[in-house]
Design a protein around this ligand. Structure first.
Ligand SMILES: O=C(O)CCC(=O)C(=O)O
Ligand SMILES: [Fe+2]
Length: 334
């Protein structure tokens, strides 16, 4: 075998590698601290500093819309007949996740039956569903769950909206909902099985409804208190990568176990969360998503060239009242 080693100047190569690595790191530092208004960039790879800047700017630009939604929220709570179970239910701001067993409530029972049917139909049809690593998407807003579905009725009911309005201090936008199936058979390192923050805003609420009974062996949803996660945000270069469980203090991760009909409110932007990890049984869960107008799916200003992300666009409601219009926030035509 010819001896090729003498042609390779390892020291020189290592020197060059280190030189370019340093350059790349300097560049990343500069680009990460630059202000960005490109929503698709911020949502995918914005640093914590950029996210803070973006959402502060969005709060400023949208101050009128926010004031309108604050007033609408107050009126909703005063005018609507609230459901006894959640009329006083608070999601504590410092913890930012909380659950309630609503398995006896008729709206919830109907949504559970509908979700379960979509699961049984999925099995019977043998169809392949859209999937993202650990989750399969069995159905979503308008596909097939329209305005007359039990799931839509639940997602737009005072039962869920009252705690959401109180948490945000304003009337929300419902940005989507869907039924997921977690097979809980494999572990995917880049999936929502590992702990993560969602990227859409500095705060948002996902309301999860267990459609099957969930225990330690059926991939429970897990979340940590917002106050135990804040420390990660203090680094301006923090990016929203998947985290190891060990970043949290011992015992900080709460596993939600409960019967079908259990509702879990979670601020998935402030709380590290995950679920659907390998276990003995599958899990079917409905996720309903609520945002403030500052979220990264909405245009930042009128002429913002990036399209709005409107995952409720297939839902048509006849004669919506002002609350329903605000909830769906469908972009105006033209
Ligand atoms: O499937 C789970 O338990 C986690 C889902 C999740 O991370 C999310 O919906 O944001
Ligand atoms: Fe998530």
């Amino acid at each position: 075998m010819p001896d090729a080693a003498q042609d390779v100047k390892v020291d020189k190569l290592v020197g060059e590698r280190d030189f370019w690595r340093n350059k790349a790191e300097q560049f990343m530092e500069v680009s990460r601290s630059a202000a960005v208004f490109e929503r698709s960039f911020v949502i995918r790879q914005g640093s914590m500093k950029q996210r803070k800047q973006y959402h502060e700017l969005a709060r400023f630009i949208k101050s009128e819309e926010i004031a309108r939604r604050e007033a609408l929220g107050r009126r909703y709570l005063a005018e609507k007949t609230l459901a006894a179970e959640t009329a006083e239910f608070e999601i504590p701001q410092d913890i930012a996740h909380a659950s309630i067993d609503l398995s006896h409530d008729q709206l919830v029972k109907d949504a559970v039956s509908e979700g379960l049917r979509s699961y049984q139909d999925a099995i019977a049809s043998g169809r392949e569903f859209l999937s993202k690593d650990s989750l399969q998407f069995l159905g979503s807003a308008g596909k097939p769950f329209g305005a007359d579905s039990a799931i839509f009725k639940l997602a737009t009911s005072p039962l869920l909206l009252a705690p959401v309005i109180r948490y945000f201090g304003m009337f929300p936008i419902m940005t989507g909902f869907g039924v997921t199936l977690a097979k809980n058979s494999e572990f995917h390192r880049k999936s929502s099985q590992r702990l993560h923050f969602d990227p859409e805003d500095r705060a948002q609420l996902k309301v999860f409804l267990y459609i099957t009974d969930v225990d330690a062996d059926s991939g429970p949803f897990m979340a940590a208190a917002a106050r135990d996660c804040e420390v990660l945000f203090e680094r301006p270069d923090f990016v929203l990568d998947r985290q190891e469980d060990s970043v949290l203090p011992d015992g900080a991760l709460h596993e939600y176990h409960g019967p079908a009909g259990t509702i879990i409110f979670t601020d998935t932007c402030r709380c590290l969360h995950g679920g659907g990890r390998p276990g003995e049984r599958e899990r079917v869960m409905l996720s309903m998503e609520y945002n403030m107008p500052t979220y990264l799916g909405a245009k930042l200003w009128e002429g913002d060239p990036e399209p709005e992300r409107c995952r409720t666009k297939n839902i048509r409601v006849d004669n919506p009242d002002e609350f329903m219009e605000a909830l769906l926030a469908h972009p105006k035509a033209g």
